[in-house]
Design a binder for this molecule. Sequence first.
Ligand SMILES: [Zn+2]
Length: 621
Amino acid sequence: MPQGERPIPYPVFETAAFRRAIERGTRTRTGAPGPKYWTQYARYALRAELDPATKRLTGEGRIQYQNRSPDTLRLIAVHLYQNLFAPGAARNVEVPPTDGMELSRVVAQGRPLPQLRDVDASVQAGFQIEGTIAWIKLPTALAPGGTAEFQFSWKFTIPPDGAPRSGTDGEVFMISYWYPQIAVYDDVNGWQTDRYMGNAEFYMGWADYDVALTVPAGWLIGATGEVKNANEVLTPAVRERLAAARRSPEVVHIVAEGDRGAGKSTTLGAGGKVTWLFDARNVRDFAWGTSDKYLWDATQAAFGDTATINSFYRPSRVAWAWDQSARYAKHAIEFLSGFLWPYPYPQMTALDGVVSCSGMEYPMITCIGGQRDTLALYSVTVHEFGHMWFPMQVGSDEKRHAWQDEGLTRFNQAQAMRSFFGGYDLERIVRDAYLGFARSGDEVELMRHGDLYPVGTDAYSVASYQKMATNMVALRALLGDDVFMKAYREYGRRWTSKHPTSYDFFHTFDDVSGRDLSWFWRTWFYETWTLDQAITDVQSSGDSATITVEDRGLAPMPVRLAITRQGVTRVERREIPVDVWLRGERRATLRVPASPKITKVEIDPENAFPDIDRTNNRWGR
Ligand SMILES: [Zn+2]
């Protein structure tokens, strides 16, 4: 290889599917949705009963699926996420086994459907199950603008703690991915039916939910959406305290230790059971958690608008700072509403769940498991609450582009933690984590499906979380705070309740900043090139001094120089533009006045860009 050879970042190529979407007018090259953009929509009416003794959930649902696409659909794809736990399922994480989801009844367009071996080969309507995906061949093709109704009945055993993002430890039940959910059919890729294999997360469509949940009396439920029948499920004393909490900036104990139990927290119900009704509008999923051990705190978050904050936790979790949870949650919602845009939902719930939840987001609710201290509990709370923006509002495909929700959320989390803990520097921590992993040589690029990272390494989390958050820090430094925030919020505004691809993110930043950042996207998203700028020499000759900088890495970035001079307090700032490196150079010089005498030159003292070797970033002292 010739000395000094370096890769020049070539442009980001559109996939054929994205180009077709542009031709059809659903996407654009400015990053805004096209004039013919559409999303599918659904209405779910779900009923479920949980028997904590047997850990069995029995459910039935009626789904109205609206075809807003211009395409006629003969096959409908449905996620059966619980089949992740079924024997023989394809997985990339270890899970406790169950029998998966037992689907006892599938009705489409009024016709009960048989299970088929192969829907493609069949002339009759029916359904076929392939792991976590069911394909339904419709009795009648669903025309553009039409609605198809589906009915399902199902049962499954709640997996024990150890299941990703759900499960029961015997005291609490976190119930997620618990009903047949219609897959996303979008304008770029059509049906997206990548299986749930455990690591990569989700891609979900927009829907309204009406949900009836039956649990034993005395069990509290935290869920997506709002309780519609508080009069029937909560005692007058609890309802009164809840009403007070909804108007109060202070945390109110809705259910304290002595208030728990049937007839005290909840009503006695009928036959020892209480049915809670919830509704949620324009969300991408519905999840819930329940326990008879829960305490319940609530307060009001105010950010121009208001939202109710709920926190459910066991008394034993006070030792893990859960008595602070509602206060942390309130700060998270208020901070993020200011930093991004106002929180749009009526409530937000933090729930003490199984350890294997770790921290997991669902619309309007998060499950947090495991031992925490105050720092760790605030940290996980604000991270999961951050997901109420990405991907709960800005509905990207988490499976194929995890950075689009995790990286942005990690970055937002860092801003909130700096505010809450007065200067706490999560940006530095994530940058160091990325750089440490990059040095190991095991790094994998961001633009990769979440199920295609090497198992048993940090490659997935470094790329999706730490490196992407670091990319946001670099982007902010490149564009300046104002332009960066304008582009970031514009991306959110354009894609709320929609499905942005990576291109829509790139294009929006290019569009709003008025710059072609193709080299930045190529470098930091598609490659594992690292940045290593070095000062090799500072020479004075006559009236001028020459600063020589070498670019020793593969990632081109502008060089931000800070020049300190004898007897001058103000540090002089100069920049070598990135274009020098984009021309293929390996070395650049900058001429500056020689006097007053230069005592120190440093590259990027603010750490705006993730330089992998800082030992060569300085000259002088
Ligand atoms: Zn996350």
